[in-house]
Design a protein around this ligand. Sequence first.
Ligand SMILES: NC(=O)c1ccc[n+]([C@@H]2O[C@H](COP(=O)([O-])OP(=O)(O)OC[C@H]3O[C@@H](n4cnc5c(N)ncnc54)[C@H](O)[C@@H]3O)[C@@H](O)[C@H]2O)c1
Length: 436
Amino acid sequence: MKIAIIGLGYVGAVTAACLADLGRAVIGVDQDATKADAIAGGRSPIAEPGLDELLAAGVAAGSIEVGSVATAVPAADVIMITVGTPSARTGALDLTAVLRVAEEIGAALPRDGRIRTVVVRSTVLPTTTEELVGPAIERASGMAAGSDFGLAMNPEFLREGSSIRDFYEASRTIIGAGDERSAQQVRAAYEGLAAPVEVVSIRTAEMVKYTDNAFHATKIAFANEIASFARAFGLDGRETMRLMVSDERLNISPAYLRPGYAFGGSCLPKDLRALTDRARKSDVDLPLLDAALASNAAHFERGVRLVEDAGHRDVALLGLSFKAGTDDLRESPAVALAERLLGRGYSLAIYDPDVSPATLRGANLTFIQQHLPHLVQLLTDDVEAAVAGADTVVIAKGSVAVDRLAALLRPEQTVVDLVGCDEVAVGPARYLGIGW
Ligand SMILES: NC(=O)c1ccc[n+]([C@@H]2O[C@H](COP(=O)([O-])OP(=O)(O)OC[C@H]3O[C@@H](n4cnc5c(N)ncnc54)[C@H](O)[C@@H]3O)[C@@H](O)[C@H]2O)c1
């Protein structure tokens, strides 16, 4: 297999060296003659530990050569675009280099019956590959993506300074492919790597890269805000963060990273409010933590809009407490949703096995009688009747009879899913998910 790599900066040079090391024949291209010459001479164009040695070995073995787009494209099975995608002045992604290269590739694609796959490895926003790169190649070549050439997206996750280790010890290789043949060709390029391969849609592959980097940026901002708050009280934020990350069950884990409805309950909103309030009084700026509350409020509103979008007035709300397995109603987003809908004239039936009229007791009974007496009247133990009497069924909590829903629903009903649990099956009904 021969792989053309267009753009020999950090990503291109490292990818070229590592793929050659894996046994692929690589032909690199860069408009910058200094970089192209360096690679041709087996030297790294960038400072990166171990890269000089790998490139030198690849060139000595004859598995790395340098050419032009016009010579590399016809020779290759897989053509990777690894040029830069810098920020424009507005912050928008500058796709000039990617689209120029796409046109050059299109112009160089021969009609020889061999199907080559063009892979975007540069970081691009969702839809870019299918809506801009593919069409640019099609226009320049007169050929069709998917049949005459393949289209794929394969994000790069290397970190400068440890990129070679990151390549070999990648957590996963993500291949977004427009068709099975393209996926196979890109998969073959990485054959020999231990990392599991995830084949997804092209748009998902594009999105994963932004998901990762947004998360990394958020983590760093979080750690710095915590440290700033701690410092204002004479504490060492490095120590609190060390203790925070030592919890691999709730903190450094998939917990709290599943999209769903707004957070609520008796702790998260209260504690975040107390922390940000104290920070304001202590003159510590915590924009990220302030924004978490604003973000949560915005997400609550998305749920309200989704119920409105369903377009019916009779609603069954499945789930009232703030999460499965508890009857705690304090700051439950489902309670706030119920109140909002009632205020807007919706008629409501509420079913929640954790908060059934028969089992409510103690402090929670007093709480609901004092604060939510109007909701008590709407609670029912009969999920079948609640669903049968509704036009819109809102799933506000996992574990709320979702496994039985498909059998209860009719085609004219709409299910609004605020939870996104895997078991939701809505049979013939219309389905609206809050974040999917
Ligand atoms: N640097 C990283 O750590 C990293 C990690 C993951 C993803 N990425 C993404 O990968 C992409 C490349 O990043 P990079 O840091 O390697 O960029 P870079 O600026 O180091 O390299 C880009 C190379 O493309 C070349 N180039 C530009 N236009 C060209 C053209 N028309 N023909 C041939 N060559 C051309 C440039 O001369 C340059 O050598 C970006 O989208 C970036 O966001 C970067």
